[in-house]
Design a protein around this ligand. Structure first.
Ligand SMILES: NC(=O)C1=CN([C@@H]2O[C@H](COP(=O)(O)OP(=O)(O)OC[C@H]3O[C@@H](n4cnc5c(N)ncnc54)[C@H](OP(=O)(O)O)[C@@H]3O)[C@@H](O)[C@H]2O)C=CC1
Ligand SMILES: CC(C)CCC[C@@H](C)[C@H]1CC=C2C3=C(CC[C@@]21C)[C@@]1(C)CC[C@H](O)C(C)(C)[C@@H]1CC3
Length: 360
């Protein structure tokens, strides 16, 4: 079966070498972070071996929630293994999928690269869409569950959860609740429309999101932080500003894409493109070319601040997320330039900043 993209098409993520390195680096980073959140670096190898031994025992669902934080390492190992096996299944499944079901990327002919990126665009069995399910369910819900377990454990240890723990739990619950509330919006993200379903997304959804996105709460359990009301209020304000921009920008674009004559967006200025679709050039999308990323990054800052500034670990999410969004923005720009050509160039001329006005 001929792949839709020839071996000489430009490869992303550093090609096969980059994909091979990421296959090892991503799980290694996640385990390192999990360990760094709980103790000194000397326990890294002990803990990995312990995790490998514990995985055989599995975890039963009936355990009290406060016991979960102690099981994060074995659970992360199981999640990683599941992501590997699941990606293997997806790779095999793509071998028998029709060419029309394959993703525009992820079909280079190099097995490591294709395993990493994913060959099939939206693998399904009957009506069950694996990618849509994984993107929103196990990772996001697992993340909230781990956060909650850390809050319960802190209450067990110290009598009540700290203000910092409440803030981190509240902010991240709002973010996950928002994603589930607006779940149809995920259908227009490049993960669903462009990327295949391979190791990158499977690992991201099943392991990376629940275990590394909960790092701030993990950190707070072991490193309690005093937080006064004025500082807490300032952090809440930062999160509210971030959320306002994130939600405002995403909703404006979603409303416009669904119905351009909706009164909420009908008055906005647009650029016509040769495809018949229009681009917003005022409102949130006239401020920068990715206002939703800006809001997301401001929220990421608010999630780290309750952890103080004594340690870099709680800021991992902010740093990783900045890198992810800068890379994602570059990929999206490339795809938009291909799709909209001159109209996209005109948009870039009228809205010169990508994410942060006057900075980037
Ligand atoms: N927490 C996390 O780990 C992650 C969160 N996110 C968040 O997910 C959300 C979705 O992000 P993502 O899918 O990357 O990208 P966007 O939601 O920004 O979608 C980009 C697409 O929007 C359309 N578009 C771009 N500019 C305009 C314009 N001016 N007018 C109208 N349409 C336009 C184009 O598609 P078209 O024209 O075809 O409609 C473009 O391809 C973001 O809020 C992001 O922050 C993303 C990744 C990870
Ligand atoms: C493991 C790698 C380093 C990176 C993997 C990336 C994935 C973790 C992210 C790719 C796009 C994502 C989105 C969300 C979560 C993270 C992943 C899967 C998202 C579901 C978070 C909530 C948002 O409201 C959203 C817009 C629905 C997000 C969609 C993209």
């Amino acid at each position: 079966m001929a792949p839709p993209q020839g071996p000489r098409a430009p490869l992303e993520f550093g090609g096969p070498l980059g994909a091979a390195a990421l296959l090892l680096l991503l799980p290694a980073t996640m385990f390192h972070l999990l360990l760094a959140a709980r103790s000194g670096p000397a326990r890294l190898f002990q803990a990995l071996v312990l995790t490998a031994l514990l995985v055989g025992l599995g975890v039963s669902a009936g355990l009290p929630l406060g016991a979960l934080p102690e099981m994060l390492l074995p659970l992360a190992f199981v999640a990683t293994l599941t992501a590997f096996i699941f990606s293997l299944f997806l790779y095999m499944k793509a071998q028998v999928a029709p060419v029309s079901a394959l993703a525009p990327g992820g079909n280079s002919g190099n097995p490591i690269y294709d395993f990493f990126l994913g060959r099939e665009l939206n693998p399904r069995i009957c009506f069950f869409d694996f990618k849509y399910f994984c993107e929103l369910r196990p990772g996001l819900i697992g993340w909230v569950l781990i956060n909650l377990a850390l809050l319960v454990k802190e209450a067990e240890l110290r009598g009540s959860p700290s203000l910092a723990m409440w803030l981190v739990n509240g902010f991240q619950l709002l973010y996950v609740g928002d994603a589930l509330w607006h779940e149809e919006a995920v259908l227009t993200t490049m993960d669903i429309t462009h990327d295949g379903f391979g190791f990158m997304l499977a690992f991201g959804d099943i392991a990376w999101v629940p275990f590394t996105y909960s790092l701030q709460a993990q950190f707070l359990l072991r490193h309690p932080q005093p937080l006064g009301l004025p500082m807490a209020s300032a952090i809440c304000l930062i999160n509210a500003i971030g959320y306002y921009i994130f939600r405002g920008a995403n909703s404006q674009k979603n409303t416009f894409r669904k119905n351009p004559s909706d009164p909420k967006v009908a008055g906005l200025e647009t650029i016509s493109t040769a495809t018949g679709r229009k681009l917003l050039v005022s409102g949130w999308w006239g401020m920068v070319r990715h206002p939703n990323y800006l809001g997301d990054l401001i929220m990421a800052l608010a999630w780290s601040l309750p952890c103080g500034v004594s340690h870099l670990l709680p800021y991992f999410y902010l740093l990783y997320f900045t890198a992810l969004l800068v890379h994602r923005e570059a990929r999206d720009e490339r795809q938009c330039l291909q799709k909209y050509g001159l109209a996209w160039q005109e948009y870039c001329r009228r809205v010169p900043y990508r994410i942060m006005p006057y900075v980037y």
